[in-house]
Design a protein around this ligand. Structure first.
Ligand code: ISL
Ligand code: CA
Length: 592
């Protein structure tokens, strides 16, 4: 059953969201950091691609312990990115282009340099003491103070998730890093302060929020010890006691009632560490009164060992991917929910390196294959900066000093300590960083073949090194004249997005039918609209580097093939077997 009626057509379902990672987008004042003015100067680039909403990773005042996901003032902009006036100008320029801005709402925690936390930690009886989660120590047999439970810190698992504060002799909860103290959402004053921040930006012209780890705002209040699942470690993953906790839905409903219901806003909640359908539908069901949609991690966690951290490696195959896509395309349709579609963001390696083959011979076809899949699935589509160019991971030749992300540096420091005498184990850990570090998607955007890819001035050193392939892989090269014999990744993305919009009934809203779930080489599916003159489309993706014979299902009445990840014109059969080239993806129109 596909969602029908007035609920069906909403702007936040049909829009294409382009995620900008501000520090790496474009530096216009020569300090080596991307800035808001740089984003404003590139709005036509984003608009011409076919995107209509820009999601900014945090630009608020921040000491940058976690690249701005540690906010020190929710109502002001960090000077490295510019000023509030720059944001007002960005909003104005977006609106002029009938585009919208959504901000990154990071309210599970603040920076330890936020004035709220400075006050809270100043004394046991400070009025803001209860804005954060403070606990008395437990004492061990030697009478030494210890953290109140055994939860591991998410970005440094050899440490406790609790940080001891000498001044008041108590611990505060800091799930991610000590510089990111968790707010106490049990306290209505905290929730009110968050609602006030949300109103502030919505009144300023922002059109919604991506909500950072919004599913960990409610913790089990007894703060119990986590089950020991890593016997060789002192601290244990505590997800069971804070992911989708007891009052999360209550807090989200209150947020919707107090703020979001007063605006026509796009809301997408980031919900790592949750898999259960029922739990997810409680947040995104159209009648839930919570969020429009969430980021589900089944695709970006496909190569991670369940329950382990990002640097654990699980080998995956095409059938895994097909079943995940099938599951959520069907579930959201049948249970009146709504999907977000993404396979790349600032927390993940580049999709062309992760899911297809980024070697020169195949990089462009692979990137186009990923574009064709995403642009034809039901849900709201998110494109991450550089994904539209087919940017790849940094080369394995780069040394550890090029990796800037706290999660990568913490992991590598620990891995070296644990395995410095075991070259094989050491190499395994380094291999995990080369495959999955968040840094891969944080290198500066590649605009031109000029020094630093035109991200900053030639005489300036960017905060992070530009990928070595920028002379070949950059926007300027891909925006050249439209050559049917050599369609760039950017051009192909532009066509996919135009097609998605022109046929939204089938692509944005349509019914998904998987063809041949057991085929481990070709990912083929049908998309069918539900309106009058509904259309049916077939998508066939050769997810291998080999030639593969693929038979068009008899039941499918082909009309014509319209898009092809392989350049040039081919008279492809509309009946029987097609020999698909490596990474060849096709989009065809069928009779109903
Ligand atoms: O990198 C991860 C842990 O392996 C991701 O799971 C990530 O930490 C998680 O999805 C939460 O991400 C969000 O919150 C973090 C911040 O570092 C990420 O950049 C943000 O997207 C803490 O604010
Ligand atoms: Ca700058």
């Amino acid at each position: 059953m596909v969602v029908t009626g007035t609920e069906k057509h909403r702007w936040w379902k049909e829009c294409i969201v382009y995620q900008v990672y501000p520090s790496s987008f474009l530096d216009t004042n020569g300090d080596g950091w991307g800035d808001v003015a740089g984003i404003t100067s590139k709005l036509d680039y984003i608009k011409d691609l076919g995107a209509d909403v820009v999601w900014l990773s945090p630009i608020y005042k921040s000491p940058q312990a976690d690249m701005g996901y540690d906010v020190a003032d929710y109502k002001d902009i960090d000077p490295r990115y510019g000023t509030l006036a720059d944001v007002d100008r960005l909003i104005h320029e977006l609106h002029k282009r009938e585009m919208k801005l959504i901000m990154d709402l990071v309210v599970n925690h603040t920076s330890n340099e936020h004035s709220w936390f400075s006050e809270s930690r100043s004394s046991l009886d400070n009025p803001r003491r209860n804005w954060y989660i403070w606990k008395k120590p437990r004492y061990n047999e030697l009478g030494r103070p210890e953290p109140p439970n055994n939860w591991a810190q998410l970005f440094k698992s050899e440490n406790s998730a609790w940080t001891f504060d000498e001044k008041t002799g108590e611990y505060y909860l800091s799930l991610f890093t000590p510089e990111q103290p968790d707010l106490n959402w049990e306290n209505p004053e905290v929730r009110e302060a968050v609602h006030d921040v949300m109103h502030f930006w919505l009144r300023r012209g922002v059109s919604g929020y991506r909500m950072d780890v919004i599913n960990v705002i409610s913790k089990v209040q007894s703060f119990p010890d986590a089950e020991v699942v890593l016997p060789d470690q002192r601290w244990q993953p505590g997800f069971k006691h804070f992911a989708n906790g007891p009052r999360m839905h209550e807090f989200l409903k209150e947020m919707n009632r107090e703020v979001l219901s007063k605006y026509d806003a796009l809301t997408v909640g980031e919900m790592p560490w949750v898999r259960e359908e029922d739990e997810i539908l409680k947040a995104v069901g159209s009648q839930a009164g919570e969020l429009n949609m969430i980021f589900i991690f089944d695709i970006v966690d496909i190569d991670t060992v369940p329950g382990r951290d990002r640097f654990s490696i699980r080998e995956w195959n095409l059938k895994d991917l097909k079943s995940v896509v099938h599951k959520w395309q069907r579930t959201m349709a049948e249970r009146d929910g709504w999907n977000s579609l993404f396979i790349e963001n600032h927390d993940n390696p580049r999709s062309v390196s992760r899911y297809v083959d980024d070697r020169d011979a195949f990089r462009e076809r692979g990137a186009k294959l990923l574009a064709l899949m995403q642009a034809t699935l039901t849900g709201t589509l998110y494109v991450y900066q550089g994904e539209e160019l087919g940017l790849r991971n940094v080369p394995t030749s780069w040394g550890p000093e090029e990796y800037k992300d706290i999660e990568s540096t913490n992991f590598w420091e620990r891995h070296k300590k644990l395995h410095s005498d075991d070259p094989e184990k050491l190499a395994e850990g380094w291999g995990a960083i080369c495959r999955k570090a968040r840094d891969h998607s944080r290198t500066p955007m590649q605009w031109t073949s000029a020094p630093h890819a035109g991200f900053t001035r030639p005489d300036v050193t960017p905060w992070m090194r530009v990928n070595d392939d920028y002379e070949d892989v950059n926007a300027e090269k891909q925006l050249g004249p439209d050559d049917p014999e050599k369609v760039s990744v950017w051009r192909f993305w532009q066509r996919c997005l135009a097609h998605r919009k022109a046929h939204r009934d089938a692509f944005v809203y349509g019914d998904f039918e998987l063809l041949d779930a057991d085929d481990d080489k070709v990912f083929a599916y049908l998309k069918t609209g539900s309106e009058a003159e509904a259309e049916r489309w077939i998508i066939a993706l050769n997810w291998t580097g080999d030639n593969v014979d693929w038979e068009i299902p008899e039941a499918v009445q082909m009309q014509e093939w319209l898009m092809d990840t392989v350049d040039g014109k081919h008279d492809l059969p509309t009946l029987g077997v097609i020999e698909l080239e490596p990474w060849q993806g096709l989009l065809g129109r069928c009779h109903l």
